[in-house]
Design a protein around this ligand. Structure first.
Ligand SMILES: [Zn+2]
Ligand SMILES: [Zn+2]
Length: 395
Protein backbone atom coordinates (compact mmCIF):
# COMPACT_ATOMS: atom_id res chain seq x y z
CA UNK A 1 0.00 0.00 0.00
CA UNK A 2 3.07 2.22 -0.10
CA UNK A 3 2.19 4.09 -3.27
CA UNK A 4 -1.37 4.84 -2.30
CA UNK A 5 -2.60 8.40 -1.74
CA UNK A 6 -2.49 9.82 1.77
CA UNK A 7 -6.09 9.02 2.66
CA UNK A 8 -5.62 9.91 6.29
CA UNK A 9 -4.78 13.49 5.36
CA UNK A 10 -7.66 13.61 2.89
CA UNK A 11 -10.09 12.33 5.51
CA UNK A 12 -8.76 14.92 7.95
CA UNK A 13 -9.33 17.64 5.36
CA UNK A 14 -13.05 16.78 5.11
CA UNK A 15 -13.51 16.48 8.90
CA UNK A 16 -15.71 19.59 9.18
CA UNK A 17 -17.94 18.23 6.47
CA UNK A 18 -18.15 14.80 8.11
CA UNK A 19 -19.30 16.49 11.33
CA UNK A 20 -21.76 18.79 9.56
CA UNK A 21 -23.47 15.93 7.69
CA UNK A 22 -23.49 13.69 10.74
CA UNK A 23 -25.07 16.36 12.95
CA UNK A 24 -27.64 17.21 10.30
CA UNK A 25 -28.64 13.53 10.08
CA UNK A 26 -28.61 13.26 13.86
CA UNK A 27 -31.26 15.97 14.15
CA UNK A 28 -33.57 14.23 11.67
CA UNK A 29 -33.35 10.51 12.51
CA UNK A 30 -35.58 8.07 10.63
CA UNK A 31 -36.68 4.55 11.54
CA UNK A 32 -36.04 1.47 9.40
CA UNK A 33 -37.54 1.55 5.87
CA UNK A 34 -38.60 5.16 6.52
CA UNK A 35 -35.23 6.79 5.77
CA UNK A 36 -36.69 9.01 3.01
CA UNK A 37 -34.94 12.24 3.93
CA UNK A 38 -31.63 10.46 4.52
CA UNK A 39 -31.99 8.49 1.31
CA UNK A 40 -32.62 11.67 -0.71
CA UNK A 41 -29.58 13.36 0.79
CA UNK A 42 -27.46 10.32 -0.07
CA UNK A 43 -28.77 10.04 -3.63
CA UNK A 44 -28.36 13.75 -4.36
CA UNK A 45 -24.83 13.82 -3.00
CA UNK A 46 -23.78 10.74 -4.97
CA UNK A 47 -25.33 12.13 -8.14
CA UNK A 48 -23.43 15.40 -7.80
CA UNK A 49 -20.19 13.48 -7.36
CA UNK A 50 -20.74 11.63 -10.64
CA UNK A 51 -21.94 8.28 -9.33
CA UNK A 52 -24.52 6.24 -11.22
CA UNK A 53 -27.32 6.17 -8.66
CA UNK A 54 -30.07 3.59 -8.10
CA UNK A 55 -32.78 4.38 -5.58
CA UNK A 56 -35.64 2.47 -3.99
CA UNK A 57 -33.68 -0.72 -3.26
CA UNK A 58 -35.63 -2.27 -0.35
CA UNK A 59 -37.71 0.93 -0.31
CA UNK A 60 -35.18 3.50 0.85
CA UNK A 61 -31.84 1.89 -0.03
CA UNK A 62 -29.43 3.66 -2.39
CA UNK A 63 -26.65 2.27 -4.56
CA UNK A 64 -23.91 4.46 -6.03
CA UNK A 65 -21.69 2.99 -8.74
CA UNK A 66 -18.39 4.42 -9.89
CA UNK A 67 -16.82 2.55 -12.74
CA UNK A 68 -13.07 2.86 -13.20
CA UNK A 69 -11.47 3.32 -16.63
CA UNK A 70 -9.90 -0.14 -16.46
CA UNK A 71 -11.72 -3.41 -15.73
CA UNK A 72 -11.17 -5.02 -12.35
CA UNK A 73 -12.92 -6.22 -9.22
CA UNK A 74 -16.13 -4.78 -7.83
CA UNK A 75 -15.68 -3.53 -4.28
CA UNK A 76 -18.82 -2.97 -2.22
CA UNK A 77 -18.83 -0.69 0.81
CA UNK A 78 -21.98 -0.87 2.91
CA UNK A 79 -23.35 1.79 5.29
CA UNK A 80 -26.54 1.52 7.35
CA UNK A 81 -28.84 4.53 7.69
CA UNK A 82 -31.59 3.84 10.24
CA UNK A 83 -32.24 5.23 13.71
CA UNK A 84 -33.99 3.69 16.73
CA UNK A 85 -37.33 4.23 18.51
CA UNK A 86 -35.62 5.88 21.51
CA UNK A 87 -36.26 9.28 23.10
CA UNK A 88 -32.92 11.10 23.12
CA UNK A 89 -31.80 12.27 26.59
CA UNK A 90 -28.60 14.06 25.56
CA UNK A 91 -28.26 17.84 25.50
CA UNK A 92 -26.11 18.49 22.45
CA UNK A 93 -26.85 21.30 20.02
CA UNK A 94 -27.63 18.63 17.44
CA UNK A 95 -30.09 16.51 19.49
CA UNK A 96 -32.91 14.74 17.68
CA UNK A 97 -35.74 17.00 16.58
CA UNK A 98 -38.03 14.01 16.16
CA UNK A 99 -39.67 12.96 19.38
CA UNK A 100 -39.16 9.27 20.18
CA UNK A 101 -36.64 8.64 17.41
CA UNK A 102 -32.88 8.81 17.85
CA UNK A 103 -29.64 7.90 16.12
CA UNK A 104 -28.53 5.91 19.17
CA UNK A 105 -26.32 3.49 17.28
CA UNK A 106 -24.16 5.89 15.28
CA UNK A 107 -25.61 5.14 11.85
CA UNK A 108 -25.72 8.92 11.27
CA UNK A 109 -21.93 8.74 11.41
CA UNK A 110 -21.93 5.76 9.06
CA UNK A 111 -23.89 7.65 6.39
CA UNK A 112 -21.64 10.66 6.81
CA UNK A 113 -18.52 8.49 6.44
CA UNK A 114 -20.03 6.83 3.39
CA UNK A 115 -20.60 10.18 1.71
CA UNK A 116 -17.11 11.32 2.72
CA UNK A 117 -15.65 8.23 1.11
CA UNK A 118 -17.78 8.82 -1.98
CA UNK A 119 -16.24 12.28 -2.25
CA UNK A 120 -12.65 11.19 -1.71
CA UNK A 121 -12.76 8.13 -3.99
CA UNK A 122 -14.58 9.94 -6.83
CA UNK A 123 -11.34 11.83 -7.50
CA UNK A 124 -9.63 8.55 -8.43
CA UNK A 125 -12.04 7.33 -11.10
CA UNK A 126 -9.44 7.80 -13.87
CA UNK A 127 -6.89 5.56 -12.14
CA UNK A 128 -9.40 2.99 -10.89
CA UNK A 129 -9.25 -0.63 -12.02
CA UNK A 130 -12.68 -2.02 -11.30
CA UNK A 131 -15.91 -0.70 -9.85
CA UNK A 132 -16.73 0.94 -6.57
CA UNK A 133 -20.21 0.03 -5.33
CA UNK A 134 -21.43 2.13 -2.42
CA UNK A 135 -24.50 0.72 -0.71
CA UNK A 136 -26.60 2.70 1.76
CA UNK A 137 -28.85 0.25 3.57
CA UNK A 138 -32.14 0.81 5.37
CA UNK A 139 -33.40 -0.93 8.48
CA UNK A 140 -30.37 -2.59 10.03
CA UNK A 141 -31.93 -2.49 13.52
CA UNK A 142 -33.72 -5.81 13.58
CA UNK A 143 -35.92 -5.25 10.56
CA UNK A 144 -33.87 -7.22 8.06
CA UNK A 145 -32.77 -4.39 5.76
CA UNK A 146 -29.78 -6.32 4.43
CA UNK A 147 -31.98 -9.31 3.64
CA UNK A 148 -34.51 -7.06 1.86
CA UNK A 149 -31.72 -5.45 -0.18
CA UNK A 150 -30.35 -8.84 -1.22
CA UNK A 151 -33.87 -9.84 -2.30
CA UNK A 152 -33.96 -6.62 -4.33
CA UNK A 153 -30.73 -7.58 -6.11
CA UNK A 154 -28.13 -5.49 -4.32
CA UNK A 155 -25.56 -8.24 -4.81
CA UNK A 156 -26.20 -8.54 -8.57
CA UNK A 157 -25.09 -6.53 -11.58
CA UNK A 158 -22.30 -6.02 -10.81
CA UNK A 159 -21.82 -8.75 -8.22
CA UNK A 160 -19.25 -7.59 -5.66
CA UNK A 161 -16.01 -9.56 -5.36
CA UNK A 162 -15.42 -8.25 -1.88
CA UNK A 163 -17.45 -6.28 0.64
CA UNK A 164 -16.52 -4.06 3.58
CA UNK A 165 -18.55 -2.45 6.34
CA UNK A 166 -17.67 -0.80 9.62
CA UNK A 167 -19.31 0.31 12.84
CA UNK A 168 -18.31 3.24 15.01
CA UNK A 169 -18.10 1.67 18.47
CA UNK A 170 -18.30 3.50 21.80
CA UNK A 171 -17.04 0.39 23.63
CA UNK A 172 -13.68 0.74 21.87
CA UNK A 173 -11.65 3.86 22.72
CA UNK A 174 -11.12 6.49 20.03
CA UNK A 175 -7.82 5.90 18.27
CA UNK A 176 -8.20 2.14 18.16
CA UNK A 177 -9.61 -0.13 15.47
CA UNK A 178 -10.89 -3.63 16.15
CA UNK A 179 -11.00 -6.54 13.72
CA UNK A 180 -11.37 -10.31 13.92
CA UNK A 181 -10.92 -13.10 11.40
CA UNK A 182 -13.86 -15.50 11.27
CA UNK A 183 -16.94 -14.81 13.40
CA UNK A 184 -16.91 -11.24 14.68
CA UNK A 185 -20.56 -10.79 15.65
CA UNK A 186 -23.01 -13.42 16.79
CA UNK A 187 -25.85 -15.24 15.09
CA UNK A 188 -29.01 -14.01 16.75
CA UNK A 189 -32.59 -15.17 17.02
CA UNK A 190 -35.54 -14.67 19.30
CA UNK A 191 -38.02 -17.12 20.72
CA UNK A 192 -41.43 -17.03 22.35
CA UNK A 193 -42.51 -19.88 24.60
CA UNK A 194 -46.17 -20.14 25.52
CA UNK A 195 -46.81 -22.33 28.53
CA UNK A 196 -50.41 -23.40 28.58
CA UNK A 197 -52.06 -24.28 31.90
CA UNK A 198 -55.59 -23.99 33.20
CA UNK A 199 -56.73 -20.86 34.98
CA UNK A 200 -58.59 -20.79 38.25
CA UNK A 201 -58.99 -19.32 41.74
CA UNK A 202 -55.76 -18.50 43.54
CA UNK A 203 -57.19 -20.09 46.70
CA UNK A 204 -57.98 -23.38 44.95
CA UNK A 205 -54.74 -24.20 43.09
CA UNK A 206 -55.55 -27.93 43.07
CA UNK A 207 -58.42 -27.24 40.68
CA UNK A 208 -56.25 -25.42 38.14
CA UNK A 209 -52.94 -26.01 36.36
CA UNK A 210 -50.48 -23.26 37.20
CA UNK A 211 -48.46 -22.09 34.16
CA UNK A 212 -46.42 -19.60 36.23
CA UNK A 213 -44.87 -22.38 38.29
CA UNK A 214 -44.01 -24.33 35.13
CA UNK A 215 -42.61 -21.21 33.41
CA UNK A 216 -40.40 -20.44 36.40
CA UNK A 217 -38.95 -23.95 36.29
CA UNK A 218 -38.40 -23.62 32.54
CA UNK A 219 -36.42 -20.39 33.01
CA UNK A 220 -34.24 -22.18 35.57
CA UNK A 221 -33.80 -25.25 33.36
CA UNK A 222 -32.78 -23.15 30.33
CA UNK A 223 -29.76 -21.89 32.27
CA UNK A 224 -28.23 -25.36 32.01
CA UNK A 225 -28.05 -25.33 28.20
CA UNK A 226 -24.94 -23.18 28.00
CA UNK A 227 -23.20 -25.00 30.84
CA UNK A 228 -24.20 -28.60 29.97
CA UNK A 229 -24.99 -28.84 26.24
CA UNK A 230 -22.49 -26.56 24.55
CA UNK A 231 -18.77 -27.13 24.04
CA UNK A 232 -17.01 -24.95 26.66
CA UNK A 233 -14.78 -23.54 23.90
CA UNK A 234 -17.77 -21.92 22.23
CA UNK A 235 -19.40 -18.61 23.16
CA UNK A 236 -23.15 -18.83 23.57
CA UNK A 237 -25.84 -16.76 25.27
CA UNK A 238 -29.37 -17.85 26.18
CA UNK A 239 -31.30 -14.96 27.74
CA UNK A 240 -34.92 -14.88 28.85
CA UNK A 241 -35.72 -11.18 28.71
CA UNK A 242 -39.45 -11.18 29.28
CA UNK A 243 -41.78 -13.25 31.43
CA UNK A 244 -45.44 -12.37 31.48
CA UNK A 245 -48.44 -14.06 33.04
CA UNK A 246 -51.46 -13.23 35.08
CA UNK A 247 -53.44 -10.11 35.82
CA UNK A 248 -53.88 -9.97 39.59
CA UNK A 249 -52.86 -11.51 42.93
CA UNK A 250 -55.56 -14.10 43.45
CA UNK A 251 -56.06 -15.61 40.01
CA UNK A 252 -54.06 -18.44 38.52
CA UNK A 253 -53.70 -17.47 34.88
CA UNK A 254 -54.45 -19.61 31.89
CA UNK A 255 -51.02 -19.32 30.32
CA UNK A 256 -47.57 -17.76 30.72
CA UNK A 257 -45.29 -16.32 28.06
CA UNK A 258 -41.49 -16.31 28.01
CA UNK A 259 -39.52 -14.35 25.44
CA UNK A 260 -35.79 -14.58 24.95
CA UNK A 261 -32.86 -14.45 22.62
CA UNK A 262 -30.09 -16.83 21.62
CA UNK A 263 -26.65 -15.69 20.47
CA UNK A 264 -23.80 -17.81 19.13
CA UNK A 265 -21.03 -17.61 16.54
CA UNK A 266 -22.04 -20.82 14.91
CA UNK A 267 -25.30 -21.55 13.14
CA UNK A 268 -25.05 -25.29 13.85
CA UNK A 269 -24.78 -24.69 17.60
CA UNK A 270 -27.76 -22.39 17.27
CA UNK A 271 -29.83 -25.33 16.11
CA UNK A 272 -28.62 -27.55 18.97
CA UNK A 273 -29.62 -24.83 21.45
CA UNK A 274 -33.10 -24.56 20.01
CA UNK A 275 -33.60 -28.28 20.10
CA UNK A 276 -32.69 -28.20 23.82
CA UNK A 277 -34.94 -25.20 24.55
CA UNK A 278 -37.86 -27.01 23.01
CA UNK A 279 -37.08 -30.33 24.74
CA UNK A 280 -36.82 -28.61 28.11
CA UNK A 281 -39.88 -26.43 27.66
CA UNK A 282 -41.94 -29.44 26.66
CA UNK A 283 -40.75 -31.89 29.31
CA UNK A 284 -40.79 -29.40 32.18
CA UNK A 285 -44.27 -28.33 31.13
CA UNK A 286 -45.40 -31.95 31.02
CA UNK A 287 -43.99 -32.51 34.52
CA UNK A 288 -46.26 -29.70 35.74
CA UNK A 289 -49.22 -30.90 33.64
CA UNK A 290 -48.92 -27.94 31.26
CA UNK A 291 -48.04 -27.89 27.58
CA UNK A 292 -45.55 -25.66 25.76
CA UNK A 293 -45.38 -24.16 22.30
CA UNK A 294 -42.40 -22.40 20.80
CA UNK A 295 -42.10 -19.83 18.03
CA UNK A 296 -38.74 -18.61 16.77
CA UNK A 297 -38.10 -15.65 14.53
CA UNK A 298 -35.38 -14.14 12.42
CA UNK A 299 -32.17 -16.00 12.78
CA UNK A 300 -29.61 -13.41 11.72
CA UNK A 301 -26.51 -15.36 10.77
CA UNK A 302 -23.19 -14.70 12.47
CA UNK A 303 -21.04 -11.97 10.91
CA UNK A 304 -18.10 -14.01 9.60
CA UNK A 305 -15.05 -12.25 8.21
CA UNK A 306 -12.95 -13.82 5.46
CA UNK A 307 -9.18 -14.11 5.93
CA UNK A 308 -7.85 -12.02 3.04
CA UNK A 309 -10.19 -9.00 3.26
CA UNK A 310 -9.59 -8.90 7.02
CA UNK A 311 -5.84 -8.79 6.43
CA UNK A 312 -6.43 -5.93 3.99
CA UNK A 313 -8.33 -4.04 6.72
CA UNK A 314 -5.59 -4.84 9.24
CA UNK A 315 -3.00 -3.32 6.90
CA UNK A 316 -5.19 -0.28 6.32
CA UNK A 317 -5.78 0.15 10.06
CA UNK A 318 -2.05 -0.06 10.78
CA UNK A 319 -1.48 2.83 8.36
CA UNK A 320 -4.18 4.90 10.03
CA UNK A 321 -3.82 4.20 13.77
CA UNK A 322 -0.57 2.22 14.00
CA UNK A 323 -0.21 -1.49 14.77
CA UNK A 324 -0.22 -0.83 18.53
CA UNK A 325 -3.80 0.44 18.19
CA UNK A 326 -5.11 -2.44 16.13
CA UNK A 327 -6.95 -4.83 18.45
CA UNK A 328 -8.72 -8.12 17.92
CA UNK A 329 -11.82 -9.40 19.68
CA UNK A 330 -15.44 -10.34 19.05
CA UNK A 331 -18.87 -9.05 19.95
CA UNK A 332 -21.97 -10.96 21.12
CA UNK A 333 -24.27 -8.38 19.50
CA UNK A 334 -25.55 -9.17 16.01
CA UNK A 335 -25.74 -7.39 12.66
CA UNK A 336 -27.59 -8.16 9.46
CA UNK A 337 -24.29 -7.77 7.60
CA UNK A 338 -24.13 -11.51 8.33
CA UNK A 339 -26.52 -12.10 5.41
CA UNK A 340 -24.23 -10.25 3.01
CA UNK A 341 -21.07 -11.97 4.26
CA UNK A 342 -22.72 -15.36 3.73
CA UNK A 343 -22.70 -14.53 0.00
CA UNK A 344 -19.65 -12.34 -0.54
CA UNK A 345 -16.26 -12.56 1.22
CA UNK A 346 -15.47 -9.46 3.17
CA UNK A 347 -14.70 -7.83 6.47
CA UNK A 348 -16.82 -6.04 9.05
CA UNK A 349 -14.78 -4.04 11.54
CA UNK A 350 -15.07 -1.60 14.43
CA UNK A 351 -13.81 1.96 14.66
CA UNK A 352 -13.09 2.99 18.25
CA UNK A 353 -15.36 5.96 19.02
CA UNK A 354 -15.50 6.06 22.82
CA UNK A 355 -13.87 8.87 24.80
CA UNK A 356 -13.94 8.62 28.58
CA UNK A 357 -12.63 12.15 29.17
CA UNK A 358 -15.50 13.60 27.19
CA UNK A 359 -18.09 11.26 28.73
CA UNK A 360 -18.62 9.49 25.42
CA UNK A 361 -18.94 6.03 26.92
CA UNK A 362 -22.66 5.30 26.83
CA UNK A 363 -23.37 1.99 25.15
CA UNK A 364 -25.06 1.83 21.77
CA UNK A 365 -28.89 2.08 22.00
CA UNK A 366 -28.64 4.18 25.19
CA UNK A 367 -30.72 7.43 25.20
CA UNK A 368 -27.54 9.40 25.96
CA UNK A 369 -25.41 7.64 23.36
CA UNK A 370 -22.98 9.80 21.42
CA UNK A 371 -19.59 9.14 19.83
CA UNK A 372 -16.23 10.84 19.33
CA UNK A 373 -16.65 12.48 15.94
CA UNK A 374 -12.93 12.42 15.17
CA UNK A 375 -13.35 8.65 14.86
CA UNK A 376 -15.04 9.27 11.51
CA UNK A 377 -11.67 10.36 10.11
CA UNK A 378 -10.18 6.99 11.09
CA UNK A 379 -13.15 5.18 9.57
CA UNK A 380 -12.99 7.03 6.26
CA UNK A 381 -9.22 6.65 5.94
CA UNK A 382 -9.22 2.94 6.81
CA UNK A 383 -12.07 2.18 4.44
CA UNK A 384 -10.44 4.21 1.66
CA UNK A 385 -7.18 2.25 2.00
CA UNK A 386 -9.07 -1.06 2.05
CA UNK A 387 -11.00 -0.19 -1.12
CA UNK A 388 -7.91 1.23 -2.82
CA UNK A 389 -6.08 -2.02 -2.17
CA UNK A 390 -8.37 -3.56 -4.79
CA UNK A 391 -9.16 -0.57 -7.00
CA UNK A 392 -5.95 1.42 -7.17
CA UNK A 393 -3.42 -1.26 -7.94
CA UNK A 394 -0.07 0.42 -8.39
CA UNK A 395 1.89 -1.28 -11.10
ZN1 LIG B 1 -27.75 -0.78 16.77
ZN1 LIG C 1 -25.61 -0.21 14.61
Amino acid sequence: MNHLPNFQQQAQEIFDDLVRVRRELHQYPELGFEEHRTSSLVAETLQKLGYEVQRGIAQTGVIGLLEGRQPGPTVMLRFDMDALPIQEMGHSSYSSKTSGVMHACGHDGHVSMGLGLARILADYQEQMTGTLKLVFQPAEEGLGGAFAMIADGVLDAPRPDVVFAMHLWSGVPYGKIRTAVGPTMAASSVFTLTVQGKGGHGAAPHESIDPILAAAHIVTALQSIVSRNVDPQESVVVTVGQMSAGTTFNVIPDHAILKGTVRSYNNEIHHIIYRRILEMARSVSTAFRCSAMMETIAIVPAVVNAVEPTEVVNQAARLVVGSENLIHSREMASEDMGYILEEIPGCYFFIGAGNEERGLTFPHHHPQFDFEERAMVNGVATMAYAAANYLLKTR
